[in-house]
Design a protein around this ligand. Structure first.
Ligand SMILES: Nc1ncnc2c1ncn2[C@@H]1O[C@H](COP(=O)(O)OP(=O)(O)OP(=O)(O)O)[C@@H](O)[C@H]1O
Ligand SMILES: [Mg+2]
Length: 345
C-alpha cells in the first residue's frame, strides 16, 4: 500500500488540502496593494479549524514575493527582541542595518560598531531597522501563532500600533482562539485591535470535500457526500476521515470507530476542558435537544432568552456552535453531540 496521503498532524501543511481561496485572496489583495489600507489580520477559529495551516500558507506565499521578508515570532518570548534579532539574521539584511549604522550590540545582536551610538531602547532599534528596510523597498510580515493576552503580546501590540502609525512597512498576521483574541483587544491601550479585521475559519466547502474524496477513493457521488457530511466540513475531521478510510481500504464505514476516537482524543478533550462549567451545561442541553430549537434548549436549561443569549453568542464565536438557522442552533463539530453526552457529568 502507498503511504497514507492524509495527515493527523497539527500545524503542518497537509498533503491533501481543500482551498480557502476567497479568504486567502482577501489577505493577499490587501497586503499586496500599492497603498495597503489593512496591514493586520487575525485568524480565529476553534482548535483544528486550520489557523496554523492557513497562516503558514499565507506566510510562504507572501515570502515568495520579491522584497517581502517573513518572520515568525514566538508569543511566549520577548517579541520585540525576537523581531530585531530575526530581522538582523535574515539573509542579506545585516548589510542594510550595518550600512545604516544601527548599533544593536546592547541587545546582543550584530557586532560592536566603532563610531556609532549604541541603541538602548528596543522600540527605537526596530523603528530604525524598519526605516532602513523601507528605504530599500522591503516589506516585513510578522506571523504570531496562538496569541494570548500576555504581557509580551501587549507590549508588542502597542509598539506595533506606533510602527504602522509611522507608516513603516510592518504587516502582521496573528492566530488565536476567540477568547484569547478578545481578551487581548479588550486591553485599554489596544483598542486598535478592535478595528483589525478578524477572519473566522469556519467549515470547508462541502462540495469540494465530496469531490476530493470521490477522486481519491474512486467512490460514487452519494457515498462521497455521506463522507463529506460526516466531517461537517471541519478541517481536522476531513483529514481524520480520509486517513482512516484509506487505512480501511477505502470503506469509510469501517473507519467511523477510529474517526470518532481520534477526534475525541486529539481535539474534543481539549476543547471540552477549556469550556466553563456553564458553557458545558449549555452544550449538554444542545446535545440533549431533539430538534435543535432554541426554545427547546432553553426549556431544558430553564433559562429565558436574555439569560441564554450570551451563551449562544459565545459558543458561536468560539466556533463550536452554528447559529445560521434562525431559532435553531447545532454543533459545528462532527459527532460532538455524542462526545458531550458521554462526558457531561
Ligand atoms: N484547508 C485545509 N484543508 C484540509 N485540511 C486542513 C486544512 N486546514 C487545516 N487542515 C487540517 O486540519 C488540522 C488542523 O489544522 P491546524 O493545525 O492548522 O489547526 P489550528 O486551528 O491551528 O488548531 P490549534 O488551535 O489546535 O492550533 C490539520 O490536520 C490540518 O492538516
Ligand atoms: Mg494551530
Amino acid at each position: 500500500m502507498k503511504d497514507n496521503p492524509y495527515s493527523l498532524m497539527f500545524g503542518k501543511a497537509p498533503g491533501q488540502m481543500i482551498s480557502r481561496m476567497a479568504l486567502s485572496e482577501e489577505i493577499y489583495d490587501a497586503f499586496l496593494s500599492e497603498t495597503p489600507s489593512v496591514m493586520i489580520y487575525m485568524l480565529m477559529g476553534v482548535r483544528g479549524s486550520g489557523k496554523t495551516v492557513m497562516m503558514t500558507e499565507l506566510s510562504e506565499k507572501l515570502g515568495s514575493y520579491k522584497d517581502w521578508i517573513t518572520v515568525e515570532l514566538n508569543p511566549s518570548r520577548d517579541l520585540l527582541v525576537g523581531l530585531a534579532s530575526k530581522l538582523y539574521n535574515e539573509k542579506g539584511l545585516s548589510r542594510i542595518f550595518d550600512k545604516a549604522k544601527i548599533n544593536l550590540s546592547f541587545f546582543g545582536i550584530g557586532v560592536e560598531m566603532e563610531g556609532t551610538q549604541k541603541i538602548y531602547d528596543i522600540e527605537v532599534a526596530i523603528d530604525h531597522m524598519l526605516r532602513a528596510l523601507k528605504k530599500n523597498g522591503k516589506k516585513v510580515l510578522v506571523t504570531i501563532d496562538e496569541v494570548v493576552n500576555s504581557s509580551e503580546m501587549r507590549i508588542f501590540a502597542s509598539a506595533y500600533q506606533i510602527f504602522i502609525r509611522d507608516d513603516l512597512p510592518l504587516f502582521l498576521i496573528m492566530t488565536g482562539l476567540y477568547e484569547n483574541i478578545y481578551a487581548l483587544q479588550d486591553e485599554k491601550n489596544l483598542t486598535f485591535l478592535y478595528r483589525a479585521p478578524k477572519i473566522k475559519l469556519g467549515s470547508l466547502d462541502m462540495g469540494s470535500i465530496a469531490a476530493h474524496y470521490r477522486k481519491v477513493f474512486d467512490i460514487d457521488e452519494d457515498t462521497s457526500r455521506e463522507m463529506a457530511k460526516l466531517t461537517k466540513g471541519y478541517p481536522f475531521a476531513f483529514q481524520v476521515l480520509g486517513y482512516y478510510t484509506y487505512e480501511h481500504g477505502g470503506d469509510y464505514k469501517k473507519a467511523i470507530f477510529d474517526f470518532r476516537q481520534r477526534l475525541n482524543e486529539y481535539v474534543y478533550d481539549k476543547i471540552w476542558s477549556e469550556l466553563s462549567a456553564n458553557d458545558k451545561k449549555v452544550a449538554n442541553a444542545i446535545a440533549m435537544s431533539k430538534t435543535g430549537r432554541i426554545a427547546e434548549i432553553r426549556e431544558i436549561l430553564g433559562m429565558d432568552s436574555n439569560g441564554f443569549a450570551p451563551y449562544r453568542e459565545r459558543l458561536i464565536k468560539k466556533g463550536i456552535v452554528n447559529g445560521t438557522d434562525r431559532g435553531y442552533i447545532r454543533f459545528e463539530l462532527p459527532l460532538f453531540d455524542e462526545y458531550v453526552k458521554d462526558n457531561y457529568i
